[in-house]
Design a protein around this ligand. Structure first.
Ligand SMILES: [Zn+2]
Length: 233
């Protein structure tokens, strides 16, 4: 059974005025409704790690994988209580040089500043049963830097998160969905076992584990958009 891997960024009240990438900010109310629909349809929301047996076909069940990119504090504040309420788990992909920092990589694009979780919050994220994934040290375009730099971005991020959490870091997400053959090979070399991209469909056992498709959920997705992404793509 194909597994929808949902991709969120920020869970917060979106700014009223038009700002770049405002569509990536989903309100807590919408997020709660979306989790509610999953529950009512009989889906269990799981982190990427816990979804792997279902994605690879070793287990069957109605599963939706819940992922967040960038490690925003508003996910800790606004999404974590809702996940707990529904007994769902999720994966957040952290930018290791911005732990306790902010979305500096977004600033040249005119995106409003938003803080990233600090160490204490990441530890609580983990102890609530969620997964810590990696998203490079500096949120870089991996195909646009040298091989050596790319491997460093991948390996040092993994090492830092492992030291910080005391847990194995297996899951990775490509910043900007940017990758190619070489980059995927480097991700494997850095020790990750699974990586999420941005191809828009559900995941199946035939998918390359270094490029799992994910479905971006946007601010103004209606319930129909949301359900058709989960059920049909
Ligand atoms: Zn990102």
């Amino acid at each position: 059974m194909p597994v929808p891997i949902l991709l969120y960024h920020q869970i917060a009240t979106p700014p009223l005025r038009k700002t770049p990438y405002r569509s990536m900010i989903v309100s807590p109310e919408s997020f709660r409704r979306q989790m509610g629909w999953l529950k009512r349809l009989g889906y269990q929301g799981l982190s990427l790690r816990e979804s792997m047996p279902y994605i690879t076909g070793r287990k069957t069940g109605k599963i939706a994988t819940i992922t967040f990119d960038d490690g925003f504090t508003n996910v800790y504040q606004n999404a974590m209580p809702i996940l707990q309420e529904f007994r769902f788990t999720a994966t957040n992909f952290f930018v290791s040089n911005q732990i306790g920092g902010s979305n500096e990589w977004d600033r040249p694009l005119g995106v409003l500043p938003a803080s990233c979780m600090d160490i204490e919050q990441i530890k609580q994220w983990l102890s609530a049963g969620h997964e810590v994934g990696a998203h490079t040290m500096d949120h870089v375009h991996l195909s646009q830097i040298s091989e050596k730099q790319a491997l460093e971005q991948l390996s040092l991020c993994r090492e830092k998160l492992q030291t910080l959490t005391g847990d194995a870091i297996d899951s990775f997400a490509y910043p900007y969905g940017d990758h190619n053959d070489k980059v995927r090979e480097l991700v494997r070399q850095a020790g990750y076992t699974v990586a999420g991209g941005t191809e828009r469909r559900r995941a199946t056992a035939n998918d390359d584990l270094m490029n799992l498709p994910r479905l971006t959920i946007r601010r103004n997705d209606t319930w129909l958009h949301f359900l058709s992404k989960c059920l049909r793509r």
